[in-house]
Design a protein around this ligand. Sequence first.
Ligand code: DMJ
Length: 667
Amino acid sequence: MYRISPIGRKSNFHSREKCLIGLVLVTLCFLCFGGIFLLPDNFGSDRVLRVYKHFRKAGPEIFIPAPPLAAHAPHRSEDPHFIGDRQRLEQKIRAELGDMLDEPPAAGGGEPGQFQVLAQQAQAPAPVAALADQPLDQDEGHAAIPVLAAPVQGDNAASQASSHPQSSAQQHNQQQPQLPLGGGGNDQAPDTLDATLEERRQKVKEMMEHAWHNYKLYAWGKNELRPLSQRPHSASIFGSYDLGATIVDGLDTLYIMGLEKEYREGRDWIERKFSLDNISAELSVFETNIRFVGGMLTLYAFTGDPLYKEKAQHVADKLLPAFQTPTGIPYALVNTKTGVAKNYGWASGGSSILSEFGTLHLEFAYLSDITGNPLYRERVQTIRQVLKEIEKPKGLYPNFLNPKTGKWGQLHMSLGALGDSYYEYLLKAWLQSGQTDEEAREMFDEAMLAILDKMVRTSPGGLTYVSDLKFDRLEHKMDHLACFSGGLFALGAATRQNDYTDKYMEVGKGITNTCHESYIRAPTQLGPEAFRFSEAVEARALRSQEKYYILRPETFESYFVLWRLTHDQKYRDWGWEAVLALEKHCRTAHGYCGLRNVYQQEPQKDDVQQSFFLAETLKYLYLLFSDDSVLPLDEWVFNTEAHPLPIKGANAYYRQAPVTLPVSNAS
Ligand code: DMJ
């Protein structure tokens, strides 16, 4: 029996039509939903990977659209996942840098301003002796590895303070130890002081004054300065509010340099203006923690001024709603008014980012110790436990973790962007605890051994570098951000004598050397954002979007750490080369700018003076030319924004408070 169609025609034609529609629907479904199985997150099984490779040969653009920026189009043969990842990274960088990368170059770079070298500040001796005198093995051209010993527990001012509960105001009034403004000085008598060294130190101090004074003139209370246009700048990480990022980030550097007047101006602004109350800012949990909480904590350790403890706690409290996830892994962004938190849309299916949620431990642990409130430490311990217990592919930590499911996102690993400071905080949490947090040291060693095995490589030209790893494929590229790891490996070597000590030190020196090479292979003598290793090039950027330099500190951080640990003069020489390059290319009449292309003889400037230039770049350079007794590495551990935090049990400035027990336990 024939069914009659609505228009009264026989349905044999209708069946053919149905077939055709069915076919079209199946094809559409395949095109729409087939991609789900081919997304990078689902690369867990070989079968899917094989299918993906098969289709990739046929034309990857079917599933993964080509990058939109034609001008930045990578080489056609490149793995499309690398393209996707780079796009996401670019988005993150854009979010950090605001519109700076897109801006038309401003007219006129400005000439270096006249600078006035201040008379040397009176230098009080540092409170505790420097890194123990270590014998230098000069014959072999390098120092024997010194070991920064664990402090003797209980034998320190911090433990004495903790046994005498006081209010913060009482503590401050009763003259708790205060680091001398000027941060301590050179141990040598002035007449035996190396004149050149002192000149270099003073030069860096003058750079800080130049950066600060222009920020004050044109952007006071705003987040950052645009030196060319002489107006404020704010990256989206600061939530579009005037949070005085440069003040909070740069203040401990002023203190260390003994710039008292400037320091007092900054303190005054924080007291009168800094607050996150009654604003609805969407802040980056990570950036707010490392710059604002970290900066305030250091200032509290230096001075004992309760203002800084209160502000640190105030900021940390605003971040706490971000931790309310099924796993306790925090979201990346939080609204300071509503407490609504979320992740970046681009981060592997709603994942949190390893380098962000893994870089809270130092600040939150210290905040608990100085406030007596265990809550902050509990929050970061939860993150630690998740990361300890989760299965690590080949012993490595992927960059993305879903805070709802507790499962890894894309299997991309990096010691540069998206991964970097997680590894840093494992070692430093152990150091900060006075080498008692053994769990952290074990996790650090396990992670670094896997990285040594799977990601550290040597180029044909003999340069040691850390590759990114993406689904078992090495991308022979290193971010400038990963240049901090030279210092990290060296610090790992210097603090524990074991089977890996020599390897860590060798790799630490090798990476630092490679980062230096990336600088001196550019005509500006400043290093690019990322550099590659191929048959054609070594330690050079290849793509236009990785040729910029935004006043980053990581290479100088490694010079500083390696100098302290080896006393090899070359690290100071390299630091001075960098100072000259910064002065030649980045200095303007109204502050310091990054460069758009380090390979040009006369590169355009980017018109942003990053807050980390004052917090990190200038601080590390200043310390490089300072005596070891200024912030000795066996008493201070630097957070990832170069804010030094005291080491428990070794440092009189730890200022531990008595633990405040919950009411139910108090009786
Ligand atoms: C800083 O904000 C911190 O060092 C962070 O860990 C990553 N890099 C920037 C400066 O380059």
